[in-house]
Design a protein around this ligand. Structure first.
Ligand code: ATP
Ligand code: MG
Length: 574
């Protein structure tokens, strides 16, 4: 049932409520991790609809990932019921896609223009450059040129080839929308009128094009609420620029700037440690942040393992201890519920790492110990080789008769035989996603797949799955978990050092912010682990601890690897 208007703001503390109840105009909320920024903006939207008679169709909420959009939609449904469906909750890219679909004729695109996936992009670039190697190098370069509005001799040819094929690519979703709305003020005006209420979460990580898009639909004076934390700006490598956040007050003169100071997420030691960690690089000079919840204050635990396998063993054994009883459950009921005595389940646990390569040792060890884990990613589904294969496979099944869903399943099965284990969940997600939708079409399955599959910036995570989450620090943004392992706390990984290069001061500051983001995902238990030696690019390297650990002081306590829990006798029968 939808909450009453009263209930909506009752779920907020006085500072949050004041922010949520600001009548209109631009508004900036600057606050640290876990202070309820996302919660506040969600409740603000609900409040507008329930208490201020704002039409839900005039609300646009921009989030950083599709997953965040899903979560916000679910929360809004709880607060305002079905009206939530009439709001637009989108990423910049999915919003751009919507505009392009609506305005395709102004762009010379067909009504059902396609989205070029990585394979198609590669194909086009190979034709243009003459060889595959140049094509591979050109793809990221062109993307960067697009996002930073810089020149590239190949760009015009590439875009012409895309349009010739009635395609747009991922960067186009925002870039082309900006071009269109810039050259057609009447259309910009149309979207300004339609979306009278706009909120943007994670504003510290907008890039130039996203900023320009926002300025087009929310000019000075608009009802725009931006929320963010400059200390969590971690996407400058993808040309995000915290400068846009810092100049919000100039762009939107007269905007009140409100702060939230109570952290509802983390235990006191975790928050204390995180604030010490960010202090040397903080962009927020007068930050006041206190732990609000009377949580159990567990100390931060650190551990030095001999190598990456021992580090993974520490993670697995510690999880085993925290969960307790998981393996008994699996024997009794045939499924692993993993609800230990402390009430910690597998999906309460996340392992965060700086580089994807670190995930292999962890995933291997967790799997070996029978602990369910799922790698989470916010990558586009189209970037996964498994999906490319699936689509290629579909070209062969597509002309046979029979229900499309069944064809998809068959195709997925044959693809699953070809791709490594860790890719398989993607395939299943893809099929699940496609199944019901496919029933509505199937004349032209491959084209349908491109539309649905490759067009979507799909997050393959199943939030309901009872599994430990493995994710990069970047993908962990905005999320929270009762138990967090931040692995690889070593110089060279945190901060990350590319071979043969010296990080600049700005690089180091961003790495430190990333460490801060990682630490502040934890609610009750935070483990910071490192290895004394690590195999990197085929050679064994001695590792020094991360300098980011230095300021933590006494909030951290060093731990040994827990002993293996004694197994019940039945287990040996398996
Ligand atoms: P981040 O910077 O990491 O994105 P955030 O500021 O967006 O964090 P939220 O995710 O909105 O923070 O909130 C953090 C947690 O605190 C959530 O579990 C949220 O439900 C809870 N929380 C926030 N405000 C309150 C409140 N007033 N009462 C109870 N719980 C709250
Ligand atoms: Mg948030």
């Amino acid at each position: 049932p939808a909450a009453t208007g009263d209930g909506v703001l009752a779920g907020l503390d006085p500072d949050q409520r004041a922010a949520a109840a600001i009548p209109g105009g631009p508004l900036l909320i600057v606050a640290g991790p876990g202070t309820g920024k996302t919660r506040t903006v969600t409740h603000r939207l609900a409040h507008l609809v329930l208490e201020r008679d704002v039409d839900p169709a005039s609300c646009l909420a921009i989030t950083f990932t599709r997953r965040a959009a899903q979560e916000m939609t679910e929360r809004l449904e709880q607060l305002i019921g079905e009206a939530a469906q009439r709001m637009t909750v989108a990423t910049f890219h999915s919003f751009g896609l919507q505009v392009l679909r609506e305005q395709h004729e102004h762009l010379g695109l067909g009504a059902d223009f396609g989205l070029a996936d990585a394979a198609r992009q590669h194909q086009i670039l190979t034709t243009l450059t003459g060889d595959e190697r140049s094509a591979r190098q050109a793809a990221p370069r062109l993307s960067l040129a697009r996002r930073t509005a810089t020149e590239d001799p190949l760009l015009a040819d590439y875009l012409a080839a895309l349009r010739e094929a009635d395609l747009v690519d991922f960067d186009d979703l925002v870039a082309l929308t900006v071009e269109l709305l810039t050259s057609r003020p009447d259309l910009a005006e149309h979207y300004q009128q339609r979306y009278r209420w706009i909120t943007v979460d994670e504003y510290q990580d907008v890039d130039e094009l996203q900023y320009r898009l926002l300025r087009l639909i929310a000019p000075a004076g608009a009802n725009l609420t931006a929320i963010g934390d400059p200390d969590q700006a971690i996407y400058s490598f993808r040309s995000a620029d915290v400068g846009f956040f810092l100049r919000f007050e100039q762009d939107y003169a007269g905007a009140p700037v409100l702060a939230l100071t109570r952290n509802y997420r983390s235990g006191a030691h975790i928050l204390d440690g995180a604030l010490r960690a960010i202090a040397p690089s903080t962009l927020v000079t007068d930050r006041a942040l206190q732990a609000a919840a009377p949580r159990q204050a567990h100390r931060i635990v650190s551990h030095q393992a001999s190598d990456e396998r021992a580090e993974a063993a520490f993670v697995a054994r510690t999880i085993d201890q925290l969960i307790g009883g998981a393996s008994f459950h699996s024997l009794d009921s045939g499924r692993v519920t993993g609800d230990g005595p402390g009430g910690i389940g597998f999906n309460d646990i996340a392992v965060l790492y700086r580089t994807d390569a670190q995930s292999h040792a962890i995933l291997d060890e967790l799997t070996r110990c029978g602990l369910p884990a799922q790698k989470r990613s916010h990558d586009r589904l189209s970037a996964r080789p498994g999906v490319d294969l699936l689509v290629r496979e579909l070209q062969h099944v597509a002309d046979r008769s029979g229900p499309v869903t069944e064809q998809l399943r068959l195709a997925a099965k044959s693809v699953a035989d070809l791709v490594p284990d860790e890719q398989r969940p993607d395939i299943h997600t893809a099929v699940e996603l496609l199944g019901p939708l496919a029933q509505r079409c199937g004349q032209d399955v491959p084209r349908f797949c491109r539309e649905v599959l490759l067009g979507a910036e799909v997050d393959t995570l199943d939030p309901r799955a009872e599994a430990i989450s493995l994710l990069t620090l970047h993908a962990a943004k905005g999320l929270e978990f009762p138990v967090v392992f931040l692995v690889g706390c070593e110089n060279g990984l945190l901060p990350l050092r590319w071979p043969g290069t010296e990080p600049t001061e700005a690089d180091l500051a961003e790495e430190r912010r990333l460490f801060f983001v990682g630490m502040t995902r934890a609610q009750d238990h935070l483990y910071l682990t490192r290895a004394a030696r690590r195999t990197l690019r085929g050679s064994i390297q001695e590792r020094a601890r991360s300098p980011f650990l230095n300021p933590l002081g006494e909030v951290v306590t060093e731990a040994e690897t827990p002993a293996r829990r004694p197994r019940p006798a039945q287990l040996s029968l398996l």
